[in-house]
Design a protein around this ligand. Sequence first.
Ligand code: GDP
Ligand code: GDP
Length: 438
Amino acid sequence: MSKPIVAIVGRPNVGKSTLVNRIAQKKEAIVHESRGVTRDRSYHDADWNGVDFTLVDTGGIETGRSDDAFSGRIREQAEAARVEADVIVFVVDATTGVTDEDETVARILRRAGKPVFLVANKLDNPSDEKTLWDFYSLGLGEPRPISAVHGHGTGDLLDEVVAALPEQAEEPEYPEDALRVAIIGRPNVGKSSITNRFAGKNRSIVSDVAGTTRDALDVVVEREGKRYRLVDTAGMRKRNLVHEDVEYYSLVRGLRAIDEADVCLLVVDASEGVTEQDQKVAGLAIERGCALVILLNKWDLVRTDEKREDVMMSVARRMTFAPWAPVIRVSALTGRSLDKVWAVVDRVGAAHAGKISTNALNNLLASMRESGHTVTKGAKRLRIQYANQTGNCPPALTFFCNFPELIDENFKRFLENRLRENFNLEGTPIRLRFRKKQ
Ligand code: GDP
Ligand code: GDP
């Protein structure tokens, strides 16, 4: 089940990052870059009393910009949170009182239609709480006193935040045999158009998570007797948001889909070629162990040979880390090649879940030993004695050898290439582990 999103908003220096660091367990952060500015917007996994959620820290807005641009950004962030978050935590600084920016944010959040917690931070001493009452004027109810630095009040806050999260619906009845497929990519590359093509008339929306405000929708598609579950298609819905914020939230949503999927279909806008952001999304899918297929969408717009060549060059250049990912040229507009996708999904899904026979694996090692290709350092000479598959989805192989410390990136790549030549590993990342043979 997708995790709900809790957004932390507020102007700079009120203590948002401090609060996030207190709440989140892992310092897992996606840095969002735009217009050459790195803003430390980040997302973190968090849980409280056994309830999992995703924390989005709208983070540092560059200060030192003109006042107009500055309050513009604050407004955009508050808007984005209003649309995309399930619960909003609005942080103000109790030591400075209400500022104009606080009022700007409050105006937007009052219309949010979802739970907003007004938090007055930096109340390190309970005796300071008299400043608290100023914040009633923001029209967001009772301000909650906390000290993010010392942790006062944060437990109570989390109790309330968690209680306000939409109920995690029971996992609806999805067909168990269905391969889980995520359609991922930047905004406007054609994800919704492709989903609609896939779902077509057969679109059967399995769950509408009744009685909750969340709309995590998985769509089940049936093709030639096989069923596929397109996960978290809700992430694709259209909103009037500022471009950068859409991009950021869609990345967060995309990650949740990736976490639930076996196979990721990375949609790329072929008229633009593979971009750095596409590269990042692909990297995330691989890191998280998903099989990967690249769909070069809008192929109808790529009309000249020169352009076609450019697109394929951009794939070659930017996808060097996943040369094994199949690439399909499609068009959601004309329907071109979309029916080919399922056969490829089946193949990479099979590779992702596949089992390599121990015998075949060790025969390959024997032939590699015979060919004499290995690594040496001083008197040490690497010898891999045997190997077996220790996991799947994606396949994980463990190699037992005399000097695991000799294995470098070059050798790993060599080994991976041999494995891919000999076994069906199309479209799936693989994990290689090296252990010392006792
Ligand atoms: P952000 O820009 O909203 O993310 O704010 P930061 O988390 O970076 O905090 C800004 C400054 O406020 C830092 O110097 C923090 O140490 C300080 N700060 C944050 N929370 C508290 C608090 O509870 N009490 C006090 N005294 N200082 C705090
Ligand atoms: P999403 O944000 O990734 O879900 O993208 P959409 O599916 O909303 O598509 C964004 C825009 O690209 C829309 O205007 C679509 O009509 C257009 N589009 C999508 N697929 C194609 C395609 O294959 N060819 C062309 N020419 N336009 C497309």
